[in-house]
Design a protein around this ligand. Structure first.
Ligand SMILES: NC(=O)N[C@@H](O)C(=O)O
Ligand code: NI
Length: 173
């Protein structure tokens, strides 16, 4: 049996910006974004920072995830996607966290995986079908508001990389 050579990819997170994240979804943040005044001038509305995507007959639901950090450097063994709806994460406690994504496709291409440092003031909205790692907290018991889809049918595909494919997430913590 032909031995498949091991692949080792070291993922170094980059800063999360609207532009860099555009192929994967939206960045939800107020900094440097346009707004208009509402509530008789007492409130800035940072309008439509992201758009939820769900299939017909489904609901958009709002959740809280309480997550605990994994050990870093982390061997990224799998990525998942939600084919029927988007999924947004907004930190509730102001802590930075990590995001790992890969573009749309039947399977995530290890060479196209990207990692981002997300500030505690930034949320992300994964567009439907975008491959991503489950939430990657950096603070114990961190909490995120999560907006995603509930409806009939499977909405979570998981892809596990080959044993020989080592994708190492190595943040400078
Ligand atoms: N499984 C679940 O609800 N969470 C994941 O989708 C995730 O992205 O964390
Ligand atoms: Ni998810």
């Amino acid at each position: 049996m032909e031995k498949v050579p091991a692949t080792e990819l070291i993922l170094k997170p980059e800063l999360l910006t609207k532009e860099a994240f555009a192929p994967f979804g939206d960045v939800i943040e107020a900094q440097d974004r346009e707004y208009f005044m509402i509530n008789n001038g007492s409130t800035r509305r940072y309008h439509k920072l992201a758009t939820t995507q769900v299939d017909d007959g489904s609901s958009v639901i709002i959740n809280i995830f309480q997550a605990t950090p994994l050990l870093y450097p982390l061997n990224i063994k799998m990525l998942e996607r939600h084919p029927k709806g988007s999924q947004a994460f907004m930190p509730l406690l102001g802590n930075d966290y990590l995001v790992v994504v890969a573009p749309l496709g039947n399977e995530p291409d290890p060479d196209s995986i990207r990692a981002f440092y997300a500030k505690g003031s930034q949320g992300v909205n994964y567009h439907r079908g975008v491959w991503h790692h489950p939430v990657l907290a950096l603070t114990p018991n961190d909490q995120f508001l999560v907006v995603d889809r509930e409806g009939v049918g499977n909405n979570c595909d998981e892809f596990f990389f080959l044993e020989q494919t080592h994708v190492i997430l190595a943040p400078n913590l």
